[in-house]
Design a protein around this ligand. Structure first.
Ligand code: GCB
Length: 622
């Protein structure tokens, strides 16, 4: 009895300590700096030491401390030296068979060695880091960690972050000491009702430090953010704005050599500066000619390099215009996954593989499903001339009544837009996928939309809906969702022939949805196992023939949508999904890919390739 009481007291006391720690936990720098890659970062990639902690014993056992026994009676029940190793960046699930389905906590650790005397112990995961100079600051920057994490340096928690697909950073220059510094990152990818995405989603929940980890050096006052874009008035005016890390007045020089721009401006007392440039012969970025300029920013001796393009994107009635020209979005989606190795895409080579396949299909647009993908992909897509739709993972099942969830969504939106708003390829910001009308949903999404528009007025906002239905009395597809009226482009996911049966001959079906706005079919498709042949009229054949017929039928239906501005088949590759149970046809894979998990072309691939060819030819004649 006594023992029980003691245990209960200890548990309560520990819970209280945890709650207190939660409340006082430092968070990452509110909005991370723009363009880390253009600031000459030092990569901390490679093998990291790791400990699997399914019962969350790391905190009570203080495994974020790098300790060795000090006397004959002392011992510790953990050690990173001599233990398992995980590659960073990467997911953990693909690195060890026992981690395939793992959802829980894993600790990552690395030593940061400062000064000549510090040398790694044998087999230790370590990086040599130079101590910041008197006039310098040092930041630890994470491209993304899925899903939430706590970062510890030399035994103190220095930052926490939630959200698996956006960057964050924490200052460490003031916390480093000469010699050995111990960095530990506690990563937890458990699904939760208040998370984004929440409890169930149709992709693999890859956990880990899934993107680059970097150290960036800056002056004491540095350029935190900048934004270069074309003015909306139709001329060749370039608008430039810059924000410093502090409310300080500093000179910032912007150079775009090729345009003869070299301008030094002084920020105001809030650390903010703006300038407008009139240019004569500006080459615009366009999908068929994705021109980018070398850009350089200098402030207090620090230089940031970037490549930035300029284009105009607008809506005119039901049309989407890029540089004043109508563009039909020949889109495709992919997850941030390399199916061939069953893991997260995380390198430049991975980005090249996915994007080259999209090019071969004839796409001019990519809907980056369903979350901000890594900067390699976004930047390479821009260089290759893809229009991008980038979205945050508001995917079904989100608790719209929870204000904490709303705060998280706002944080993700800010982190996404701040990271990528200098990428002119991004023409659409997506705020949600498949949500249903309710007061709470409307308020949640409206406040997101308002915030997005307040940060970036140079793009279109979109959301994908799945509540368009065939209304028999009216003999057409309709959608009863007033929220759509707030968006620049309305998008509908509709799986005719797969989750929904055809109500009549596809070629005779009409659509009447937001007919005064551009409408995009943002998802459609069905599953087929590559190499499986069978009945073209039976879904349960899981055959390439059925999928191909479904594609042909959908294209016939789309021909009658009056305000159709683009289509995005679901999806480029078969992808891994834990809720696809069929033992022979799925085996944990969503088989809607136009390409198999090995990259083999299914019959439906050719149908879209041909359709996109025709569309491209039509466009080039306009
Ligand atoms: C959808 C979702 C997408 C799924 C897809 C499917 O509507 O937006 O994430 O993977 O359907 O295959 O069911």
């Amino acid at each position: 009895m006594k023992i029980n009481t003691a245990i209960t007291a200890a548990v309560l006391c520990f819970a209280a300590m945890q709650a207190a720690a939660q409340i006082t936990a430092p968070t990452a720098t509110p909005t991370p700096m723009t363009n880390v890659y253009g600031r000459n970062p030092q990569l901390l990639n490679g093998k990291w030491a790791a400990i699997i902690d399914p019962y969350d014993q790391g905190v009570p056992k203080e495994i974020y401390l790098d300790r060795t026994p000090q006397n004959d009676t002392e011992f510790f029940e953990y050690a990173f030296d001599g233990g398992m190793r995980l590659e960073v960046p990467s997911d953990w699930n693909s690195q060890m068979p026992e981690l395939k389905y793992y959802e829980g906590t894993i600790w990552y650790a690395r030593h940061l060695l400062v000064g000549e005397k510090a040398s790694p112990r044998e087999g230790q995961c370590a990086t040599t880091v130079e101590m910041p100079r008197e006039d310098e600051r040092l930041f630890l920057c994470f491209g993304a960690v899925n899903y939430r994490c706590n970062v510890y340096l030399n035994g103190s928690r220095i930052c926490s972050h939630e959200g698996g697909f956006t960057p964050f950073e924490v200052e460490i220059g003031d916390k480093l000491r000469e010699g050995d510094n111990f960095l530990a990152v506690e990563v937890d990818n458990r699904r939760r009702t208040d998370a984004i995405p929440a409890m169930a989603f149709d992709w693999w929940n890859y956990g880990g430090i899934t993107r680059d980890v970097m150290i960036v050096r800056t002056p004491k006052v540095y350029v935190r953010d900048y934004f270069l874009r074309l003015g909306k008035d139709g001329g060749n005016k370039i608008l430039f704005s810059v924000d410093l890390s502090e409310a300080a007045s500093r000179e910032v020089t912007l150079e775009i050599g090729e345009l003869g721009i070299s301008k030094t401006l002084k920020t105001d007392g809030r650390g903010h500066g703006e300038a407008v440039f009139e240019t004569k012969k500006l080459k615009l970025w366009a999908p068929e000619a994705p021109y980018l300029y070398d850009v350089r920013l200098t402030c207090d001796g620090a230089t940031i390099e970037d490549r930035i393009g300029f284009r105009r994107v607008a809506v005119d009635g039901t049309k989407i215009l890029v540089n004043g020209r109508e563009v039909f979005l020949r889109s495709i989606s992919f997850h941030e996954e390399i199916p061939q190795r069953m893991g997260r895409a995380c390198t430049q080579a991975d980005a090249r593989m996915l994007l080259s396949e999209a090019k071969e299909l004839g796409a001019n647009t990519i809907r980056l499903a369903h979350y901000p993908q890594n900067e390699y992909t976004v930047r390479m897509a821009e260089e290759m001339g893809f229009i991008l739709w980038e979205e945050i993972p508001i995917w079904q099942g989100i608790d719209f009544t929870d204000t904490a969830t709303s705060d998280k969504a706002h944080g993700m939106l800010r982190e996404m837009i701040t990271r990528d708003r200098n990428r002119c390829a991004i023409c659409l910001w997506g705020i949600a996928n498949e949500t249903r009308p309710s007061q709470a949903r409307n308020a949640f999404l409206k406040s997101l939309l308002d915030e997005g528009k307040s940060i970036d007025t140079s793009r279109l906002f979109v959301a994908a809906f799945d509540n368009a239905y065939f209304i028999r009395e009216n003999d057409r597809f309709e959608m009863d969702d007033d929220f759509a009226r707030n968006l620049d482009v309305v998008a509908v996911n509709k799986y005719m022939g797969w989750y929904a049966a055809w109500p009549k001959d596809p070629a005779t079906i009409r659509w009447e949805i937001c007919t005064d706005k551009p409408l995009m079919i943002s998802e459609f498709g069905g599953e087929a196992l590559y190499g499986q042949h069978g009945n073209a009229h039976r879904a349960s054949s899981w055959s390439e023939e059925y999928q191909a017929q479904l594609y042909a039928d959908n294209l016939a239906m789309f021909a009658n949508i009056p305000n159709l501005a683009g289509i995005s088949p679901w999806i480029l590759f078969d992808f891994r999904s834990p809720y696809r149970f069929h033992p022979t046809n799925q085996e944990g894979w969503n088989r809607k890919g136009l390409l198999s998990d090995r990259g083999q072309k299914k019959k439906a691939w050719y149908i879209i390739r041909d359709f996109y060819r025709t569309k491209r030819n039509e466009q080039s004649k306009k």
